[in-house]
Design a binder for this molecule. Sequence first.
Ligand code: GLV
Ligand code: MN
Ligand code: MN
Length: 417
Amino acid sequence: MVDTLRINSGRLWGRIDELAQVGAIIGTDGCSRLALTDEDKEGRNLVFTWMEDLGMEIVIDGIGNVIGTWAGNGTDKTLPPVMTGSHIDTVRTGGRFDGNLGVLAGLEVVETLAENNISPFHPIAVGFFTGEEGARFAPDMLGSLVYVGGMSLESALDIEGIDGKRLGDELERIGYRGAAPCPGPVPKAFVELHIEQGPVLEANKTSIGAVDSVQGISWAEITIEGQSNHAGTTPMHMRHDAGFAAAQIAAFVRQLALEVGGDQVGTVGKIDLHPNLVNVVASKAVMTVDLRNTDEELLKNSESRLNEFCLSLSESEHVEITSKPLARFEPVSFAQELIDGVIKVSKSLGLSVQQMTSGAGHDAQMFARICPTSMIFVPSKDGLSHNPAEYTSQEQIMDGANVLLQLLLQLAKEQSG
Ligand code: GLV
Ligand code: MN
Ligand code: MN
């Protein structure tokens, strides 16, 4: 009975669509729900209601993570839950699947178990974690980082967003500053279903990715101070041009990633220029650099090369350059028994599966610090993500959610070990 149990893919697809209406970007399938905005609040309220409808016991912790726990009639509520989940915040120009899939698939698993009167030994918990994207409040994976004790609640609440707002104030404002303690209770295991957000599975015509690792992430905010002056009268050699220096750094980051090669990637995703006028040499630039690599030593080396470049640029261009770290996470390896579990379950469902690394950051990488963890990937059309056009078909999502269902069931049926 349990092996042949399947999720209801129409119901899951329907919830994904309903949540995507919150903060919908008109004329696209995407959505905009930056962490702790009114749109995030509305999305949270909707998912909260779904958790209540499923009879889950819901707690909100001090950083605004929401965890719903479900127990069947025969479940031993004193045992640690098997946990799944992800995030429902998005980047400003996000898709409807990133994060949302993992949360809603978790609810779908619970509903499937409940309607079939299946009562696993361990409770099943589904969480959505605050500010995974890091697009408004850095670092990324913030809620799960605080959950596992990687950052104190006090420091997290004091983080300033890109709009100058304090995280703790915004959390209070939207009504999601909960009372449950951080760090939170340790689950028996954590499994997250997510879209791949890259091109690998589609290119290989593979249904499921069994994620074995997540690459290291280094984010920095670089500020360049120059001097504004007249664009027509200031000789080129007399300029302190923050705009030019920012452009040089952006070009260097790309060149660096190409030279290091392998898994090294580098991105300048944000540049603010001041005063940002056609006839004024820019006095100030504030920009971000995102460097990632699966190899910690290579990542460190790229960080040093960027710092050396900024130092020599500040001398040659007569500008002041300072750098502030926004996020720094080492590469993470997942638990072999759970990677094997994803592969075994996928094969038993007749699905093609491959082991792979994750280029994106995920809440699961934080849980890997405290319990056995792994992830299930499903393909992303054209490898697109952080883009309203992000797409995964209903059938591909169904396959991933069925792998999640079977794996959670296996983990939850076992005695605590
Ligand atoms: C976070 O989700 C990231 O990988 O940028
Ligand atoms: Mn995500
Ligand atoms: Mn994302």
